[in-house]
Design a protein around this ligand. Structure first.
Ligand SMILES: Cc1cc2nc3c(=O)[nH]c(=O)nc-3n(C[C@H](O)[C@H](O)[C@H](O)COP(=O)(O)OP(=O)(O)OC[C@H]3O[C@@H](n4cnc5c(N)ncnc54)[C@H](O)[C@@H]3O)c2cc1C
Length: 440
């Protein structure tokens, strides 16, 4: 795992699209195929996959993205065939792929609406690529809309035979989150390198940029963030070695921290390069655009934080989080978070995000404090950075009674929308204008 992570990070430092190909193919799609020895010629499929037969992972639908359990594509299981109907959007690599791992809801006798993964030949009759999405970044690979119109596949290609297929999808996505975190690390490192090279020779009056104390501190902070992300990835890989699969909570926290900090660092590096940062002539503009997707796919930051927050607050899952902190040698950090959160409304969206950040930064603090995952000279300073981020977070803790605040927030937005609707610049907010029509 650590070797794969190093390779993905190195690739991302040149091109995030290429690194994304590695993650989709190797971390998302292939493990689903590898875990299904019953599929016909499985070894041949795997052999081809190591030699360029790309595999895509098709989960997202127009009505189910950050909450993928609500997918509606159907897989009608009948005797020895399965018939798939539905639409998938933003499927990376789809039109270049040899195989598509497609998730759907099973129907038919004995199916009980369970979640199934099916391996589908890209050339199967009825499977059409209907759209290629033009995206803000990640332009080195394609993302497609796929229409499945009664696509028939032998039932031997159903990946998870008797049990619910959600487990296979979730396990791949956890691996995928570690992969995305590695992409964030590589992109962040390259952005710092380029900005440091510029700042070391660019003169601002008598001084070189790098000699300005504000800029010096900015670079220090960016390098410390990189150190924390690297250590979190090291800890995630260590747990994969120890337990065979990624730890879902640590994988989510690592993905959140890496993608958020990659976005922050990319933004700071564009600023440091001035006009050159905005110019496509330097690699930083591309890194800035590419970095943006890292916060959205494989679980948007807010979805993952809410999930982590819910796990921390719920009695049913609290012990899992406690065990994770314990395994990292930081049980008191967990106990402090639980105490701090007692009395807060466990279903409130803002509380869940706050609790998710407490868990994420708490895990980062635990990883840094063990001293096992960062041998660098700057490990202690990186641990201090995490502590100061935690202190800043706590200063913004949600109020116990947030009801009045919510009413005020909703009133402010409604007033704005009324003002804007009567303004001369008011657009016609139809689906067509918003270009949302292709997704519904
Ligand atoms: C370039 C690209 C490549 C992709 N590749 C693939 C692929 O290969 N395979 C695949 O299956 N999918 C892929 N996707 C889809 C991607 O995984 C989804 O876009 C993502 O899961 C978010 O779903 P959504 O866009 O429907 O957002 P929505 O579900 O509409 O969510 C919108 C926003 O709501 C916010 N939000 C969500 N939950 C909460 C919460 N609890 N609290 C507060 N705020 C919240 C988040 O900010 C979120 O971004 C890709 C997308 C893109 C853009």
């Amino acid at each position: 795992m650590q070797e794969a992570i190093d390779l993905i990070a190195a690739t991302a430092s040149f091109d995030v699209s290429a690194a994304s190909t590695l993650v989709i193919h190797n971390f998302l799609a292939l493990p689903c195929i590898e875990a299904a020895p019953h599929i016909p010629e499985q070894r041949h499929v795997m052999w081809g996959a190591t030699r360029g037969d790309l595999c895509a992972f098709a989960l997202t639908e127009p009505g189910a993205g950050s909450a993928p359990r609500h997918i509606e594509a159907s897989a009608f299981l009948h005797e020895d065939r399965v018939r798939i109907s539905g639409r998938k959007i933003w499927i990376g690599l789809a039109d270049w792929a040899r195989w598509i791992v497609c998730f759907a809801r099973a129907s038919g006798p004995d199916a009980k609406g369970r979640f199934v993964g099916v391996l589908v030949d890209r050339q199967a009759p009825g499977l059409n690529v209907t759209h290629e999405h033009r995206t803000l970044g990640l332009r080195g690979i394609i993302q497609n809309t796929l229409d499945f119109q009664d696509v028939e596949v032998p039932s031997a290609y159903v990946l998870s035979r008797d049990q619910d297929g959600w487990g296979a999808a979730a396990s791949s996505m956890n691996r995928g989150r570690i992969g995305v975190a590695a992409m964030g690390l590589g992109a962040l490192e390259r952005a710092i390198q380029v900005a440091a090279s510029y700042a070391s020779h660019r003169r601002l009056g008598k001084l070189r940029m790098i000699e300005n104390s504000y800029i010096e501190q900015l670079f220090e902070q960016m390098v410390l963030r990189r150190e924390v992300v690297k250590a979190m990835l090291g800890a995630s890989c260590r747990l994969v070695s120890a337990q065979g699969t990624p730890n879902v909570h640590l994988a989510s926290a690592t993905k959140v921290l890496s993608s958020e900090w990659c976005g922050l660092v990319a933004d700071q590096c564009v600023q440091l390069l001035g006009g050159r940062g905005y110019d496509e002539g330097t690699p930083v503009a591309k890194i800035y655009r590419d970095a943006r997707i890292l916060r959205i796919f494989e679980g948007p930051t807010e979805t993952l934080l809410s999930h982590l927050g819910r796990c921390l607050l719920s009695r049913a899952t609290r012990d899992e989080i406690a065990d994770l902190f314990l395994s990292l040698g930081a049980a008191p950090v967990h106990a402090a978070a639980i105490e701090e959160l007692s009395g807060l409304n466990e279903t409130d969206g803002a509380v869940l995000i706050y609790a998710g950040w407490l868990t994420t930064l708490g895990l980062a603090q635990a990883v840094m404090s063990t001293g096992r995952f960062s041998a660098s000279d700057c490990a202690a300073a990186a641990a201090d950075l995490v502590s100061s981020e935690l202190a800043t977070l706590r200063s913004r803790a949600p109020a116990r009674l947030s009801f009045e605040g919510r009413i005020r927030a909703s009133r402010i937005l409604n007033t704005f929308l009324q003002d804007a609707a009567s303004s001369i610049r008011s657009p016609v907010l139809t689906d067509d204008y918003l270009k949302l029509v292709q997704y519904v």
